[in-house]
Design a protein around this ligand. Sequence first.
Ligand code: F0G
Length: 476
Amino acid sequence: MNNAPTPEAVDALSTVSLRCVECSTLYPGIEAGSPPRYRCVCGGVLDVEMQFALPHIQTASLQESFDGFSAFGSNSNLAPTAGAKLRQLFDERASTPPIWSISADKMLLDYSGVWRYRELILPVPEEYIVSRPEGNTGLYPVGRENCGPGRSGHRQIGVYAGLERLFLKHEGENPTGSFKDRGMTVGVTMANILGAQAVACASTGNTSASLASYAAQAGMRSIVFLPAGNVASGKLAQSLAYGATTIQIDGNFDDAMHLVEQVCSELGIYLLNSLNPFRIEGQKAIGFEILQQLDWQTPDWLVLPAGNLGNTSAIGKAFRQAYQLSLISHMPRFASIQAAGANPFYRSFKQGFARQEQVQAETVATAIKIGNPVSYARARQVIEESDGIVEEVTDAEILAAKTVIDRAGLGCEPASAATLAGIRKLVERGVIQRDEHVVGILTGNLLKDSQTGIPQRHEGSVVQANIDSVRKVLLP
Ligand code: F0G
């Protein structure tokens, strides 16, 4: 399979480097003539570093401020005006209506909730971008106080959490129903640049659904490795329907992850797990979009479910960069929530991150049934630098929280409900104060998993088609 980057692509990505999270070795973003690099020679995972280029802002002061600024430099001391101008640029783009010109052959990038922030995502030539578009997901005010009129049902979520000001960001509203589309638009764009004909991932279901969809759009073959019997039916249906070669392996997600790395390197297939650092860059857009929806005000807490730890890494990086760029004045505290039966990150956190733990994962929330997370080192940095916390919640707590979110009319898949279960627990423990401003992420759509935690229809509940029978059901 062909993985040769074109000269234009090499040129466009010349400001991008990959740095090892473990030993800090620096590599070029792409290396012409060599296969793509996903790990350092020391085995550590890689993180994208780049010089931000802001071509649409001609203002001298801002351009000067940004010249030579590295996304991973120490605190930049940028003038607050630089941040204000960048906010203005993104706000102007966000007002772009989602329309197609009858004569245009492509959707404006500004309408994508990822590529709107393109200077902070990846400097790629527009013609390579593979976008649905994605993002633009709802941020729902559901706290006791910030839940406005016409939302009394949503308010029940705030009551359950014990919070006055709570927002839920519903990433299940992305094109394939999960947050994975944000990383995948960037990952498949990179595959396109590299001339890859086939892409692959191991997945608990959502990454594979997203990969299959974006690969199909780009005309690439997709190959997905799933832990047999541990993928929710909606996600499996998506991979199959979008035409992915779907390989269910006799093993768990961690086995599938190990296998896919081997397969990709031996067969020259482009790997699109979150081990791929470019996917993380796309997922950062969740953080930028939340900030934009909050008019660039930083919440006190950002709470999200944690499995392979790509999302904790990505959203943490987004807030770190937003802070470095003076888009915001301080970082929120991060709370990553794990299922108690799949809690290696929680165990490490409890020991002050003395060592990376592994577990044999078991939880009803199959999306986060992961015992050996790939992005451990990146996510650890986010928790440490944000004075964050890792919490665990039981399956019963996840399902109870899911019922509250479902009954409020928002709905989500089980892993997403770990967010609310975690918030409730942290409020009860007094870690999150009741008057603090909290944003929680719902990562996946209710329809992904229509079996777990949803009352199933039994034949016994079928009602005769006459008014008397219905009256018996509806009236006490
Ligand atoms: N929520 C959902 C719905 C997910 O699908 C995942 C991960 C997570 C949370 C955890 O995010 O891994 O970045 O910490 N799903 C991956 C997959 C593993 O293959 O779809 P993470």
